[in-house]
Design a binder for this molecule. Structure first.
Ligand code: SAH
Length: 344
């Protein structure tokens, strides 16, 4: 019976709220079957090719105070850093040598990085590496700012909405942060022609199965080119330090549902998934994911961009990370490729 629902999702790329909810509640009896359908769907659109993105965590200064996040403004234990434009560019240069053709610039919401400064960094990366994509992940900015950054050459933008449920959003964020604005930003990014990524944490405090069913419906409606999900993992110096983490099992099942709902979506198996489960990223790939985002940040700052506890790969060199990932991914029957990996 649950298999029939999974088949229906594979066929129609959508279910109603109750059907999603039924699958989510009974995931243990359809997990493998759904993963099989999801990997077939991925294979149909992208083959067994897994795209890699070089993640440059360029600032851990942040003006926001999200209750879950380790680099929240209120965390006084964080040693703050920001990379200079030269350091960012040299990360991209060495990433290029390693085969990366997408660079993801991610950071806290740091006023130091004005439109002018980001425009300079983006256009310089594009000038040096015209065959590469630049992805931004720097939070909420004005429409005008998004427009300028897009004009400077940014191709993609990751902005997880964190939760579709406004009252749940209010449990995860202080009053001065607005769910409405976050969603407005996502629609603005789409309008400006960015390949846009939405997403949420799995198992964040207060999240219900109903919320997760609503996430699927929201993603269907928004129709983003990328979706980032990973388990919530507590960070010791945040208000959520004693909350339960999300599970790898739920995360991988949702990856399968997302693959079937948005067949061509670019879907990472995230570092958080690899942190909560030593084989998490492999399991994510086998559930339908097709993107990995190894860390390209300079060795000296890697252990300072800690959104959650026990983050993996904070001590390794990028070259080591890639070798390790290649071995791991080969075992899943897929292979890492070095191309831009745009949305089809
Ligand atoms: N400042 C940017 C980038 C945020 S960091 C922005 O606002 O978009 C990227 C993502 O990490 C967040 O969107 C959030 O979903 C995730 N994250 C933050 N803290 C986390 C935690 N404790 N556990 C798991 N994921 C977390």
């Amino acid at each position: 019976m649950y298999r029939k629902l999974a088949d229906k999702l594979a066929k129609n790329s959508v279910l109603d709220r109750n059907e999603y909810l039924t699958l989510i509640r009974n995931r243990d009896s359809v997990r493998e079957y759904t993963a099989q359908l999801a990997t077939e769907t991925r294979r149909h659109h992208y083959g067994d090719r897994i795209f890699i993105r070089g993640l440059i965590e360029f600032t851990n200064y942040c003006r926001n105070n999200c209750y879950y996040c380790g680099i929240r403004a209120g965390n006084k234990c964080v040693e703050r850093y920001r990379l200079s434009p030269e350091e960012i560019l040299s990360c991209a240069d060495s990433g290029y040598e390693l085969g990366f053709r997408t660079f993801v610039l991610q950071g806290g919401e740091d006023k130091h990085f004005t439109d002018d400064l980001l425009v300079y960094i983006i256009s310089e990366i594009k000038k040096r590496h015209p065959d590469c994509a630049v992805t931004l992940s720097v939070g909420e900015r004005s429409f005008e700012s998004y427009r300028l950054l897009r004009e400077a050459g940014a191709d993609r933008y990751l902005l997880r909405h964190e939760t579709v449920n406004p009252s749940h959003y209010g449990m995860l964020h202080p009053q001065n942060m607005s769910h409405d604005n976050r969603l407005k930003c996502l629609y603005a990014l789409k309008e400006l022609g960015y390949q846009t990524g939405a997403g949420f944490m799995v198992g964040s405090p207060g999240q219900t199965d109903e919320d997760l069913a609503d996430e699927m419906l929201f993603l269907k409606e928004l129709d983003p080119q990328m979706v980032g999900i990973g388990p919530f993992i507590p960070h010791k110096d945040t208000p959520f330090s004693t909350e339960e983490p999300g599970s790898a099992e739920m995360t991988t099942f949702l990856l399968s549902l997302i693959r079937l709902t948005l067949p061509r979506v670019l879907l990472p198996a995230t570092t958080a998934l690899g942190t909560i489960d030593p084989l998490g990223r492999e399991r994510g790939i086998m559930a339908g994911a097709n993107v990995l985002m190894p860390n390209l940040s300079p060795a000296g700052v890697r252990n300072k961009y800690l959104l959650y506890d026990n983050k993996i790969c904070t001590g390794d060199e990028t070259a080591q990370c890639i070798e390790c990932l290649k071995t791991r991914i080969t075992k899943t029957g897929c292979m890492i490729v070095t191309e831009r990996g745009d949305y089809k």
